[in-house]
Each structure stands twice: as structure tokens, then as C-alpha cells.
Design a protein around this ligand. Structure first.
Ligand SMILES: [Mg+2]
Length: 265
């Protein structure tokens, strides 16, 4: 086990949201206090989620409505990752195949609908058509690179299975024989963009989450320290079988200060 934590090396924490800070739209007991404690200790924090069909502002409101003291700039989603990507690559242009609500929050990007350097592909369920798909297909065939906001193929809602962004990304990948860059968990690029935004580095970062296949995998991808919580999607059988091991496993988020500070809470 690494001794980074007790030696006060960690200065940044990237939190997963659903299943880690809240579950079923309600905060995990005392999670709000944990964030307060970390803030008092000047910890840099990022709150990350894979939601690609909504603007960052909407996700921020959902979290603060639950009582969490979190600023808008600390919320990091695939949409925020796209913004950061183009801050890092200011001369590059893009075409965005995304939901209208997300498009509006990306307006400041250097848009190009003739010969874009990148095509951004997110949830485009409000405008799906053969014309739109062919337009993007031709851009990629002509040399545009793909930035995918998700590679998840399906999701469940109201007891029904629904096709998701990742299936469309795969469609473009197959048709164009080209791989998309994923700007979502557990991609290395996604976590690195989050750390760039926070001004942090992996060796001083803790990634905390409930899903070993996503949160721990993401931490390992950038060589950060991982903490798995036993709430949300935690599944003991999966943890035993999975090829990666978390650096720490804690009962729930309220045990995090104990891991970080002596005499906490
Ligand atoms: Mg989660």
C-alpha cells in the first residue's frame, strides 16, 4: 500500500458523483460535511460524471440543490472536457454533433461546418437524421478526428433499454476505420483534462468512486491513487474478479477524512 496519503502528498481529489456522493438523488449521509472538511483543509476538488446530454450548469445545480458546496468550475463532465480540450488546442476547429442544450454551452468554440479539425459526438437524439449522420461521416472521411463524449452503448430508463451515444460512435469508427478519442470516464485523456483544469498532477491526486471498472480503471490509467467506496455500484464479487485492485477500499465517503487526516471529523 502506498503511503502518499498519510504523508500529506495528496492535494487533489477527483470525486465520482452518482453512487459516491449521492444515491437515488439524495446525498449519502454526511457526504456534505465531508466536502466541507476537505475544503477547510484546502483540498483541490473536481466532481466528475459521464453525463453527456446536459450542460454542466444543469449538473452543477442538481448537486448544489442537494446541499453540496461545490462551484461550477469544479464540475467536470465530457462537455467540460471538450471545452478544456479546445483551451489546450486553441487553433483547432470543430463541428459538434450534440444535443441542442449542450451545443448552446459550446458556442464559444471555433465552429467550422466545412472542414473541421475535430467532430465532437455526443447525445444527438434531438436531431438524428441520415443527412446529419452523412455530413459527419464525410467530415471524418475527409480527415476530421473524432472526440467522443461517451462510448456507452445503452442505458436503462423507466424499465426500458435505450441505445446510447457509444453505439453511434462505434458506427462512425467502423465506417471510417478510425478510432475516436474518448472524453469521458475511464479515459486517460478525460482525467488528464480534468487535472489540467484544476492545475494538478496525477501523483498528488486521489480518485474516489464506487465503480471499479470505471473509477479505479481511470485512476490507474493516469497513475493516480484510487479509493473505492462500498456504496452505489460497489460489487464485491466484481472487485475480486477485476484485474485492477484499488489502492484503498472504504465503507463510504464519510471514512475519507480518516484516511487523509489524523483526528478528523
Ligand atoms: Mg458512480
Amino acid at each position: 500500500m502506498r503511503d502518499l496519503i498519510m504523508n500529506n502528498v495528496v492535494d487533489t481529489i477527483l470525486f465520482d458523483l452518482d453512487g459516491t456522493l449521492y444515491a437515488n438523488r439524495r446525498p449519502i449521509k454526511s457526504a456534505v460535511n465531508v466536502i466541507e472538511t476537505l475544503r477547510k483543509n484546502n483540498m483541490k476538488m473536481g466532481f466528475i460524471t459521464n453525463t453527456d446530454g446536459r450542460p454542466v450548469e444543469e449538473i452543477h445545480k442538481r448537486i448544489t440543490d442537494m446541499g453540496f458546496d461545490i462551484s461550477l468550475k469544479e464540475v467536470f463532465t465530457p462537455v467540460a472536457a471538450v471545452k478544456q480540450f479546445f483551451i489546450n488546442n486553441p487553433n483547432k476547429s470543430c463541428y459538434c454533433l450534440v444535443h441542442d442544450s449542450v451545443y448552446n454551452s459550446l458556442k464559444e468554440l471555433n465552429m467550422d461546418d466545412i472542414n473541421p479539425d475535430y467532430v465532437v459526438i455526443g447525445d444527438f437524439s434531438d436531431k438524428i437524421s441520415y443527412d446529419e449522420i452523412n455530413k459527419v461521416f464525410r467530415f471524418i472521411k475527409n480527415g476530421s478526428s473524432m472526440l467522443a463524449l461517451s462510448k456507452t452503448n445503452f442505458y436503462f430508463q423507466d424499465n426500458k433499454i435505450n441505445i446510447n451515444t457509444g453505439a453511434f460512435v462505434s458506427m462512425f469508427e467502423v465506417a471510417c476505420e478510425k478510432k475516436a478519442i474518448l472524453l469521458g470516464k475511464p479515459s486517460k485523456d478525460f482525467y488528464n483534462l480534468a487535472l489540467t483544469k484544476l492545475g494538478s498532477i496525477p501523483s498528488k491526486t486521489l480518485v474516489v468512486g464506487d465503480d471499479i471498472t470505471v473509477d479505479v480503471a481511470g485512476a490507474k490509467a493516469i497513475n493516480a491513487t484510487s479509493v473505492l467506496v462500498k456504496t452505489g455500484h460497489y460489487n464485491e464479487e466484481l472487485v475480486c474478479k477485476f484485474n485492477l485492485k484499488p489502492d484503498y477500499i472504504i465503507e463510504d465517503i464519510t471514512k475519507l477524512p480518516d484516511l487523509l487526516y489524523e483526528n478528523s471529523l
